[in-house]
Design a protein around this ligand. Structure first.
Ligand code: CP
Ligand code: NVA
Length: 310
């Protein structure tokens, strides 16, 4: 197998350095501005993205597929059910084959180990479209959204309320990379595992038993589903355990007066967040969802062409 020596993947947030992340946020805003003005921006003509989904998706599929078309390339959707991956073809063999036919791969799967093994056998960049451990593209979009509304996230305080899942782990990695604080509140038994989150230290996050306390002084309050994909067997136990980890107006009142609310979506109103909060004036969830498109276009362009116009 031959892998280019400069091959860059995005398997977790810390795969990119701070300087590159800051470039991507600037670049995403340029690409977004062109998109809004109907200015054609097609640097990826004739490039092909293959998207492999082992779990369901609305936003990730649409943003990658539409994004690749808008950049001038083509996107191909594969899922486990309809491919030989679902019949036991080794992930290493799939990586060899797909990366000879396509220029870029995005995978949504279960264990992080699967995507790491795929990347180790790929000739082309591989993007994590969500694993059990991480969701790096989501946090690119979330921080882009924060920057648009409030400016730099450096020094800001984020409150994470609920499950210490893939999205939470990625917020924690981002806090280390970009120097901000995350105040996390989870029910007992669902706490952050720093090693699983891939953290170097614990200096950028604090854990709180009380979600109200975690929200104090926050510039952003964010949450996610109580049960992530792949953990459905735990649904009933989680509904009981997370009952008091519903972001409501009382929690938002603990945060700064101009605090934003984010949720990666899909959301369950009445579980992890009340309708009043997610549909209220502090919520930026639709900007956040839209920014998946712009952030990932900047990411795909960077992984294939390097830095442009900077
Ligand atoms: N937030 C997110 O990744 O949404 P999908 O599961 O719809 O892709
Ligand atoms: N934590 C959720 C995110 C969905 C976009 C999950 O993994 O199902």
């Amino acid at each position: 197998m031959t892998q280019p020596s400069n091959l860059q993947h995005f398997l977790q947030f810390k795969d990119l350095d701070r300087d590159t992340l800051e470039y991507l946020f600037r670049r995403a805003l340029v690409i977004k501005d062109r998109f809004k003005k109907y200015i054609r921006h097609m640097p990826l003509l004739d490039r092909t993205l293959v998207m492999v989904f082992e779990k369901a998706s609305t936003r990730t599929r649409l943003s990658f597929e539409a994004g690749m078309h808008q950049l001038g390339g083509a996107a191909i959707y594969l899922n486990t059910r309809d491919t030989q991956l679902g019949r036991g073809e080794p992930v290493e063999d799939a990586a060899q084959v797909m990366s000879r036919m396509c220029d870029l791969v995005m995978i949504r799967t279960y264990e992080q180990d699967i995507i790491e093994r795929f990347a180790a056998h790929s000739r082309v960049p591989v993007i994590n479209g969500l694993t059990n451990e991480y969701h790096p593209c989501q946090i690119l979009a979330d921080i882009l959204t924060f920057i648009e509304h409030r400016g730099s996230i450096e020094g800001a305080t984020v409150a994470w309320i609920g499950d210490s899942n893939n999205v939470c782990n990625t917020w924690l990695q981002a806090a280390e990379m970009l120097n901000f604080q995350v105040r996390v509140s989870t029910p007992p038994g669902y706490e952050v595992e720093p090693e699983r989150a891939g953290l170097h230290a614990t200096s950028h996050f604090q854990a709180f038993a009380d979600p109200l306390e975690a929200c104090q002084g926050a510039d952003l309050v964010t949450t996610d589903v109580w049960t992530s994909m792949g953990f459905e067997a735990e649904n009933e136990a989680r509904r009981k355990a997370f009952e008091h980890w519903c972001v409501d107006s009382e929690m938002m009142a603990q945060a700064n007066a101009d605090a934003l609310f984010m949720h990666c979506l899909p959301a369950h109103r009445g579980e992890e967040v009340t309708a009043e909060v997610i549909d209220g004036p502090q919520s930026v969830v639709w900007d956040e969802a839209e920014n998946r498109l712009h952030a990932q276009k900047a990411l795909m362009e960077y992984l294939l062409l390097g830095r442009l116009d900077d």
